[in-house]
Design a protein around this ligand. Structure first.
Ligand SMILES: Nc1ncnc2c1ncn2[C@@H]1O[C@H](COP(=O)(O)OP(=O)(O)OP(=O)(O)O)[C@@H](O)[C@H]1O
Ligand SMILES: [Mg+2]
Length: 277
């Protein structure tokens, strides 16, 4: 099982779009996927066609120890389960402040799961609070979407510092696996400059022991594509909404790269091996 948190505390960089479409793609390939909405805005929940108000259980009930992981999932497609977010999640951070072991509640809940998932993918909120810490404690990989515009890397150091802290104190297996450039515009020099800055930064960490020393920029970028912005309002993934657009092509390639290019030795089973190369 691969567990991936999609994180950037900057808002609107493409986290939710990435989680929804990667999860949908993997599920379409026959892999069992759980997509976890840990953002009180509940955009992932809506993107996958659910109404946050009608959810009886979800990430809030799991994080407040009112329900188990499996019983809180909603099956939203063949092979795809959602742990939905509702507005209650806003209060979770403050309610948990005095709870002992509050950073590892999600990890412990996932450990109790009886469903044999191939992927668990978490949509983090645009902040570095307790919901994000729970996500980082529960996964092995962090995928950071970046929108390459002015100040794109502002706050990047703080993000990596948070990952380092969780890595040292709570989750020794945590690694930043990759950076995904979203809403990329190859015609603008700024997109390419930001990409070069990140490349240089990552190269300088190669020999170190830090949690991002083997991270790389995914060679396929997600181009700006209006269809990706339209699909959520229909509760559809890009593959359901417009299969032949750039957005679908880009996310398909990114999913294949994540699956095949960054395989972790020994973890991928036969079913995953057979995923279309
Ligand atoms: N490649 C793209 N091309 C065009 N629009 C996009 C693309 N990716 C995402 N969008 C749109 O940009 C907006 C922000 O994307 P998204 O919601 O995925 O970001 P986010 O990082 O999850 O935001 P937040 O921090 O608020 O949770 C959304 O309206 C989304 O539909
Ligand atoms: Mg989001």
């Amino acid at each position: 099982m691969r567990k991936i948190a999609v994180l950037n505390q900057k808002g609107g960089v493409g986290k939710t779009t990435t989680v929804a479409n990667l999860a949908a793609y993997f599920a379409m390939q026959g892999l069992k996927v759980a997509a976890l909405d840990f953002d009180p805005q509940a955009h992932l929940t809506i993107h996958l066609g659910q109404e946050p108000e009608t959810l009886e259980k979800g990430s809030y009930s799991v994080i407040s120890n009112q329900s188990g992981f499996d019983e809180s999932l909603v099956k939203v497609r063949e092979n795809l389960w959602l742990l939905g977010a509702s507005i209650d999640l806003v209060g979770a951070e403050s309610e948990l402040v005095s709870v002992v072991g509050r950073e590892t509640i999600l990890r412990e809940a996932i450990e109790q799961s009886k469903i044999n998932f191939d992927y668990i993918i978490i949509d983090c909120p645009p902040s570095l609070g307790l919901l994000t810490l729970n996500s980082l404690a529960a996964v092995d990989e962090v995928l950071i979407p970046i929108q390459p515009h002015f100040l794109a890397l502002q706050g990047f150091g703080k993000l990596l510092q948070t990952v380092t802290l969780v890595n040292k104190r709570i989750n020794p297996s945590l690694r930043v696996s990759s950076i995904l450039l979203c809403m990329f515009e190859s015609r603008t020099s700024l997109s390419c400059e930001v990409k070069n800055d990140i490349s240089e930064f990552l190269a300088s960490a190669r020999q170190s022991q830090c949690a991002w020393s083997d991270a790389n920029i995914i060679p396929v970028h997600i181009r700006r594509n209006i269809k990706l912005a339209e699909a959520p309002s229909y509760g559809k993934s890009i593959f359901e909404y417009e299969q032949s657009c750039n957005g679908a092509e880009d996310y398909e390639q990114v999913a294949q790269y994540i699956h095949n290019g960054k395989r972790q030795s020994g973890i991928i089973d036969e079913k995953q091996e057979s995923l279309k190369e």
